[in-house]
Design a protein. Sequence first.
Length: 173
Amino acid sequence: MQRYLDSALQRFHSYHDMGTKTIERLDTAQLHWQPQGAPNSIAMIVKHLHGNMLSRWTDFLTTDGEKPNRHRDEEFEEDQASKETILQRWHEGWDCLLKAIGSLTPDDLEKTVYIRAEAHSALDAINRQMTHVPYHVGQMVYIGKMILGDHWQSLSIPKGQSAAFNREKFGNK
């Protein structure tokens, strides 16, 4: 079970890095840009993840993951936060999540935790977050790609570069 905790932390770190790189590439106006149809801006997604992570992972094993002081609907209201504030929210939420998961022991994974009064094993609560976070990080990356267009630098293997990547990884085979 320690392998699971280590793997979960590794995956969460990779999504944190993807989101951080996306935010860092954009200016404040771009972080607040919304595609047609009024989907969420990157700033709103960060605000939502910040609220979600603080609520879920503060006192993770001892209190319900939906804290009374969380105002989820407000997370989806535009507030014109600066890039610095957006990055601060991003890192604060992640610090809470990563510290909480990093402090767990394999025995903790069997414990029951609650999210909106619904019982979960701690392991299932981690898995729940492992599906929620990548969903939103993917949205952030997609919006970043839309904004930067041809100036976007791939966060993985760039289009048309798979063979070169594989040659580098596996040698000239």
